[in-house]
Design a protein around this ligand. Structure first.
Ligand code: PLP
Length: 450
């Protein structure tokens, strides 16, 4: 079956039945408020009326190898012809999920050798906590259930992953929130006051230690952190932060979970960023998005041998399961995606092209409206301010990020506004000419709004 090409007006009519994510649903009722993306190729997407735009956000930080790869489409189709679906429940498994689990164990750092598959980053984060709850109950520590997270975090939209996300995103429902304590955001530029970065790091470490003392290590199963906070506005912590936090956690027998839903699979120049970039070997790494480059929904919760040994011990069932865990088509997409990344040395290339991208975008700091350009490689946030000296923000109703994003889109670049921050996280196949083009569009768009 192929789907007939509909007019934009007809699609928008049908779309009245679709509930968008993270959207002002009322504002979307206005004609023209939505953008219909109908086609994609390489680093570009096309709207339904044929406007070609650089996909400056890789779909949603996910289409790392670029759009429309025949090899991916064929691998998924071939898999569906051989085995469309089978579960990994009970004693069942299938060749593609098995091969992918082995490949991820090979790529992941340290002794992270066992994988639980899900179908979204939210589920990967929920699964990590459920696995640790199992782990602690098996170890006779039924109260060791709470989670330390951070202000500024984004871990997903299920109740538990949302509870671990920064306060303010959720509707205030408390049952899951009671499990979570939020530490200070590691954002020196906004939160550091007069402190040097090193002093700020000391303050963050103290916050962690004091929180553990207050809650009791015997009640805390995990600390969860994105190596660089993404949806919180692309916040990179002070140098040495992750290692310091992990050392404190280790001393209290608290597991360290790296939410690498965005940072894995090349975005920072490595398959996984935790060890290669941040000098930490987490006890669990969660990943999704770039795992399949978005060609199929899939996530992976990759756990250490030690955790795996405990949950697979002799004292009963592992009571956790998702129908689509390890779905054959998704596993085929992930294996092919990884093969393409290895063959084309995409993570290695990002160390050069991503560094160029970062350098070019940091150059936008000379525009009056720009307060801070931050992040790393192909994960960049640009924060706009009303006053560069005081760092005073524009009030929300000015919608400065949205205005710049619209000015970019008009010029053929999709960027993602998040309040006063504009996020750029393009496909990882950018060359210098495309990066120059992105920088040129951003410069014009920001200057127009300034
Ligand atoms: N964790 C991080 C760091 C994310 O950025 C996201 C989504 O953007 C998630 C988890 C949730 O992933 P999903 O939307 O696939 O549930």
């Amino acid at each position: 079956m192929t789907f007939a090409r509909a007019s934009t007006a007809a699609i928008l009519d049908q779309d009245a039945h679709l509930i968008q994510s993270f959207a002002d649903l009322n504002a979307l009722k206005a004609q023209g408020a939505r953008t219909v993306i109908s086609r994609a190729e390489g680093a570009y997407v096309y709207d339904n009326d044929g406007q070609k735009m650089i996909d400056g956000i890789a779909g949603l930080w996910c289409v790392n190898i670029g759009h429309g790869r025949r090899e991916m489409i064929e691998a998924i189709a071939n898999q569906l012809q051989t085995l469309d679906y089978y579960s990994t429940f009970y004693n069942f498994t299938h060749p593609t999920a098995a091969a992918l689990s082995q490949k991820l164990a090979e790529l992941a750092p340290g002794d992270l050798n066992a994988v639980y598959f899900g179908n979204s980053g939210s589920v990967a984060n929920d699964s990590a906590i459920r696995i640790l709850h199992h782990y602690n109950i098996r170890k006779g520590r039924p109260n060791k259930l709470k989670v330390l997270s951070r202000h500024g975090a984004y871990h997903g939209s299920t109740h538990l992953s949302m509870a671990m996300t920064t306060p303010g995103y959720s509707e205030g429902w408390t049952a899951a929130s009671e499990l979570v304590h939020h530490l200070r955001a590691p954002h020196h530029w906004r939160e550091g006051g007069e402190m040097t970065e090193a002093e700020f790091l000391d303050a963050l470490a103290l916050d962690l230690s004091q929180s553990i003392d207050r809650i009791g290590a015997e009640n805390i199963c995990a600390f969860i952190a994105e190596p660089i906070q993404g949806a919180g506005g692309v916040i990179a912590a002070p140098q040495g932060y992750h290692r310091r936090m992990q050392e404190i956690c280790r001393a209290h027998d608290i597991k360290y979970i790296a939410d690498e839903v965005v940072t894995a699979f090349g975005r920072l120049g490595h398959f996984f960023a935790s060890e290669a970039v941040f000098d930490t070997t987490p006890d669990i790494i969660n990943t999704a998005k770039g795992l399949t480059s978005g060609y199929q929904p899939m996530s992976a919760t990759i756990v250490s041998d030690e955790i795996h040994d405990v949950i697979s011990g002799p004292d009963g069932m592992f009571l956790h399961g998702m129908t689509y865990s390890g779905h054959p088509a998704a596993a085929a997409a992930a294996l092919t995606n990884i093969a393409i990344m290895e063959r084309e040395a995409i993570p290695e290339r990002v160390r050069t092209t991503g560094a160029y991208f970062e350098r070019k975008l940091r150059g936008l700091s000379d525009i009056e409206l720009v307060g801070e350009v931050r992040g790393s490689h192909f994960m960049i946030g640009i924060e706009f301010v009303k006053d560069r000296t005081t760092k005073e923000s524009h009030p929300a109703e000015v919608e400065v990020g949205l205005k710049v994003a619209r000015a970019c889109q008009k010029r053929g670049l999709i960027a993602r506004p998040l309040g006063n921050v504009l996020i750029l996280s393009p496909t990882l196949i950018m060359d210098e000419a495309m990066i120059d083009e992105i920088e040129g569009i951003l410069r014009e768009a920001i200057t127009e709004v300034a």
